[in-house]
Design a binder for this molecule. Structure first.
Ligand SMILES: Nc1ncnc2c1ncn2[C@@H]1O[C@H](COP(=O)(O)OP(=O)(O)OP(=O)(O)O)[C@@H](O)[C@H]1O
Length: 270
């Protein structure tokens, strides 16, 4: 399973206008890990993800996916291994219909028509978008586009799933559905999100980016309990770890239910 390893060494990225978006970022993610990349706006999260399958070229440093060093020559292999869901689904959808968009990758892999049909149906059902299969992607709502964009990546059966803010724009039901899908994905998962409750629920490990640097990298609960670190990086605890908004007492991690005392004091039960 060494092909599922992602290794980033001393990655630096300077955009053409001189913005230093990443400074010396290093980490190693191994097979089956589910890793959340978090940080304030502009911390460098999207820039980092865009390097993982070669959409951006490092100013310096290097990336290895399994045994393959990422370079122009290895891009086709890398992109077969690393499936990337972009932050903006419009960057991912370009065909006349949803079906064509989701079928594009499998056809390129040389799959037979019947197998492509089956694969497309499976992944569209997985993201709850099979009813949209004949629609032009540009007519879909934001959340629908996001689900189809995710389907275009799943249809390629990637070994490593990389997603930039996957729940952005999704309604609560679709968010839950996507979380289940991420949880069930057997291989490596790496995603950025401002949805820290989702990160808490799905990731055993978190990498915190701050002003282009890896500020912390460790077990999720340890990171979310480090109030000094969160304040330095302009982050907050997930809502489910914050005190009850009514009486201030703690809630269990992972629970969105206010404490029983707040029911009594707010008159919810009267
Ligand atoms: N094409 C670009 N040219 C110049 N600067 C850019 C470009 N894209 C991003 N940046 C800058 O690089 C820095 C990192 O941006 P990036 O999009 O990686 O942040 P982010 O952590 O994903 O932010 P957000 O949470 O807002 O999505 C920011 O200062 C941003 O303004």
């Amino acid at each position: 399973m060494s092909h599922h390893i992602v290794e980033v060494k001393n990655l630096r990225h300077v955009y053409s206008d001189g913005t230093v978006a990443l400074k010396d970022a290093s980490f190693r993610i191994t097979h089956g890990e589910s890793v959340g990349i978090i940080g304030a706006n502009g911390a460098g999260k999207s820039t980092l993800l865009l390097h993982l399958n070669g959409y951006l070229e490092p100013t310096s440093g290097n990336i290895r996916i399994g045994d393959i060093p990422l370079s122009k020559g290895t891009l086709p292999d890398i992109r077969r291994t690393v499936g990337m869901v972009f932050q903006d689904p419009d960057d991912q959808l370009f065909m006349p219909t949803v079906f064509d968009d989701v079928a594009f990758g499998p056809f390129n892999l040389g799959m037979a028509v019947a197998d492509v049909e089956q694969r497309v149906t499976e992944v569209l059902e997985l993201v709850g978008a099979n009813h949209l299969r004949d629609k032009p992607p540009y007519n879909l709502s934001g959340g629908e586009k996001k689900r189809v964009a995710i389907a275009t990546v799943l249809s390629m059966s990637p070994d490593i799933l990389v997603m930039d803010e996957p729940t952005n724009g999704l309604d609560p039901f679709a968010r839950r559905q996507l979380m289940a899908l991420i949880r069930d994905f057997k291989h490596t998962r790496i995603f950025t999100s401002h949805d820290l409750d989702m990160v808490l629920e799905l990731c055993e490990r978190v990498i915190v980016l701050h002003e282009g640097e890896v500020w912390a990298d460790g077990p999720t609960l340890e990171i979310f309990n480090n109030e000094k670190l969160l304040a330095e990086c302009r982050l907050e605890k997930p809502l489910s770890m914050q005190g009850c908004p009514i009486c201030g007492s703690g809630r269990l991690a992972g629970s969105a239910i206010p404490c029983p005392k707040s029911y009594a004091s707010s008159g919810f039960d009267s």
